[in-house]
Write a protein that binds this ligand. Structure first.
Ligand code: PMP
Length: 360
């Protein structure tokens, strides 16, 4: 069996050890005689899988006791709606930081429920940087402040947590959660679609502070209330059981590898190596301000865009796939989440070097 290096932004590579364990357990999970896919979510077997996954995630992220962890469906995109519905709590306005495509989607959705105040934006810089915290115009009466710590498309990442005082801070961590340690206590809500660092698509993780639960706006559908899911331990309806199980295997894998500090070291090393190569090349370039370059998604362009097609074709032949940049920005993008081995990044760099020799 041969595995290729897949640089997809998501769904993305999963750790090979996790896939092997899932394959071994596919037909008969630990002597139960059935697959996890076939289990009732209320069975003692699945409840043990679910509880272990939550306990491991809590340990990895050192999640304080006054936070609930929800394992839901609907993707991060549903959180663009659930956040205002649950967090406005009678207020009329929320602050949003606009750093790229995903921020914009969150902003557009919140605009259906409240006055969205754009407290800072890097749109005029074509989303290649993050507005300095001292230039943000936060509203002290805002219901919450929402930002996107890692913009998956633009490859722009916050490397520190912005101080927003007492207003709850809400983060769409879809493409950065579990890439490094994070101080959860600084946040009101953290949410993430699973399909990057966490597991397969279909699962969305929400970490929400207790005091923000239970005051959803009138008319909030039952399924869109954090309270519904918090009270039911994410089992109000059928949760995405298999994705939850797979996420649990990923959490164990991260723990075995040394936890989030170890992940951060490896991720930083991989990203530094790729950016250093790009910066020293006359042929490849990355437009993002070096202070806010993403460790997870590395966009780059070729000096001759007419070679884009050839680049992708030859990369594929070399076993390096899904390097095409997002359709909104073009060029290339290498997503290098936790499961991308260091050898994958080395193989990409070696290919990029070779490509210049042959074609430029
Ligand atoms: N936010 C960010 C930062 C993302 O990268 C994505 C998916 N690429 C989304 C939101 C949307 O997530 P989903 O497809 O799970 O709704």
């Amino acid at each position: 069996m041969s595995r290729i290096y897949n640089f997809s932004a998501g769904p993305a590579m999963l750790p090979a050890d996790v896939m092997k364990q899932a394959a071994d357990e596919m037909m008969d999970w630990q002597g139960s005689g059935m697959s996890v896919m076939e289990m009732s979510h209320r069975s003692k077997e699945f409840v043990s899988i679910a509880e272990k996954a939550e306990a491991d995630l809590r340990e990895l992220l050192e999640i304080p006791d006054n936070y609930k962890v929800l394992f839901l469906q609907g993707g991060a995109s549903s959180q663009f709606t659930m956040v205002p519905m649950n967090l406005l709590r009678g207020k009329e306005s929320a602050d949003y930081i606009n750093t790229g495509s995903w921020s914009k989607k969150a902003i557009a959705e919140a605009g259906r429920f409240c006055n969205v105040h754009i407290a800072a934006s890097s749109e005029s810089a074509n989303f290649t940087t993050i507005p300095s915290r001292s230039d943000w115009s936060l509203n002290p009466d805002a219901a919450y402040v929402h930002y996107t710590p890692n913009e998956t498309i633009g490859g722009v990442e916050f490397h520190t947590i912005p101080d927003v005082g007492d207003v709850p801070l809400v983060a769409d961590m879809s493409s950065t959660l579990l890439s490094r340690p994070v101080d959860v206590s600084q946040y009101g809500v953290i949410y993430a679609g699973a399909q990057k660092n966490i597991g397969p698509a279909g699962l969305t993780i929400i970490i929400v502070r207790d005091d923000l639960i239970g005051e959803e706006m009138t008319g909030t559908p039952t399924m869109f209330s954090y309270d519904t899911h918090a009270k039911a331990g994410s089992m109000y309806n059928t949760p995405p059981t298999y994705s939850w199980y797979m996420a649990g295997l990923v959490f164990s894998w991260i723990r075995e590898k040394g936890g989030l500090t170890a992940m951060a070291d490896i991720n930083k090393r991989k990203a530094d190596r790729l950016y250093a190569f790009i910066d020293h090349s006359d042929f490849y370039s990355n437009p993002v301000d070096p202070d806010c370059r993403s460790w997870m998604n590395v966009p780059f362009i070729l000096a001759h865009p007419d070679l884009d097609g050839t680049f992708l074709e030859q990369a594929k032949k070399a076993g390096l796939i899904t390097l095409k940049g997002h359709r909104s920005v073009g060029g290339m993008r290498a997503s290098i989440y936790n499961a991308m081995p260091e050898e994958g990044v080395d193989a990409l760099i070696a290919f990029m070097k070779e490509f210049v020799k042959k074609n430029a």
